[in-house]
Ligand binder design. Structure first.
Ligand SMILES: Cc1cc2nc3c(=O)[nH]c(=O)nc-3n(C[C@H](O)[C@H](O)[C@H](O)COP(=O)(O)O)c2cc1C
Length: 307
């Protein structure tokens, strides 16, 4: 183990990641399907597409619209469902040279319980991200992910049935993010992932039709980066568990900014679509940033905003 490896290594709820650069749910497939595009051994980890109890075909197309400051998507949680995931996809993930975090999304406590029970049986998966925040499905996580009492109750039940690390992915579309994060933490979450996309819409002014088949969608990319920085900063002051920052990392500097704001690790989402080399460039940049600024390891810069 060389010093460089030590410098970037981070620990979240006892799980060790080689570095804090993760790929966000829904933007990296299941990991194995991007292995010929980038060297996934250089990543800290990959969060899978959200898995639901039943297969989902997703929303009407078009499902993607690019704006000058980011992208709108209304994918609608397309996935094969938990049983096909376990049978056909999990075997393809077992030997991937990076940490795999499985994202799950349910419409009710019982659905989340089913999903977490099934994912808990996968021995090489150490963390489960609970998608409590998808804006692109009519029912689902976001509806009870906005209420501190239901978040607490859900986490408490899930804590009782699994020893895996539980990351609660929250929506930015709430009045008090810290209150929700504290509820998740009190219920037994090990980390909070922040943020999912923001509700958004685009219209073709000539046809006057919405650009997305689902009419509205979720905005990701540079436009939401400062929102993510503020939410990570605010919540890291009040929540006693690690924060995983997400939102609009299109440059390595954006990534470091989220760490300084208070994130212990950061997920790159649509920035990876724009530049498939971004995750690797970010690992290299972070390494140089630490050396050039006299830090021994990445933990030394977490939550160090100079107010
Ligand atoms: C095409 C697309 C699909 C997504 N699918 C999911 C998903 O299945 N589950 C989830 O929790 N987040 C999903 N997200 C949200 C991302 O994980 C991330 O929270 C969001 O895009 C903000 O990060 P970014 O600005 O770096 O993209 C998706 C985002 C995009 C752009």
């Amino acid at each position: 183990m060389d010093n460089s490896a030590d410098k970037l290594r981070i620990e979240i709820a006892g799980q060790v990641f080689d570095n804090p650069v993760l790929l966000a749910s829904g933007t990296a497939g299941f990991g194995y399907d991007i292995a010929d595009v980038l060297d996934i051994s250089r990543l800290g980890g990959i969060v899978t597409k959200t898995i639901t109890p039943e297969p989902r075909d997703g929303n009407a197309s078009p499902r993607i619209w690019e704006t000058p400051s980011g992208m709108l998507n209304s994918i609608g949680l397309v996935n094969p469902g938990i049983d096909i995931f376990i049978k056909d996809i999990v075997p393809l993930l077992a030997d991937l040279p990076t940490e795999i975090v499985v994202s799950v999304g349910g419409n009710s406590e019982n659905e989340f319980i089913e999903l977490v029970e099934k994912v808990s049986a996968i021995d090489f998966v150490n963390a489960i991200e609970l998608n409590l925040s998808c804006p692109n499905v009519k029912e689902g996580g976001i509806h009870f992910g906005r209420n501190p009492d239901t978040v607490f109750s859900l986490l408490k039940k899930l804590r009782e049935i699994t020893k895996k690390s539980l990351w609660a992915k929250l929506s930015p579309q709430v009045t008090e993010i810290t209150e929700l994060g504290i509820s998740a933490s009190d219920g037994g979450a090990d980390a909070i992932s922040l943020i999912n996309t923001l509700p958004a819409m685009a219209i073709d002014i000539y046809t006057r039709k919405p650009r997305l088949g689902a009419i509205t969608g979720g905005l990701s990319g540079p436009a939401i980066h400062p929102v993510a920085v503020a939410m990570v900063y605010e919540s890291s002051k009040g929540i006693g568990i690690p924060i995983i920052g997400i939102g609009g990392c299109y440059r390595p500097e954006d990534f470091v900014e989220l760490i300084i704001a208070g994130a212990s690790a950061v997920q790159i989402g649509s920035g990876y679509f724009a530049d498939t080399n971004l995750p690797q460039r970010t690992v290299s940049f972070l390494d140089s940033y630490l050396i050039e600024n006299g830090f021994a390891n990445v933990a030394e810069i977490i939550g160090t905003v100079n107010i």
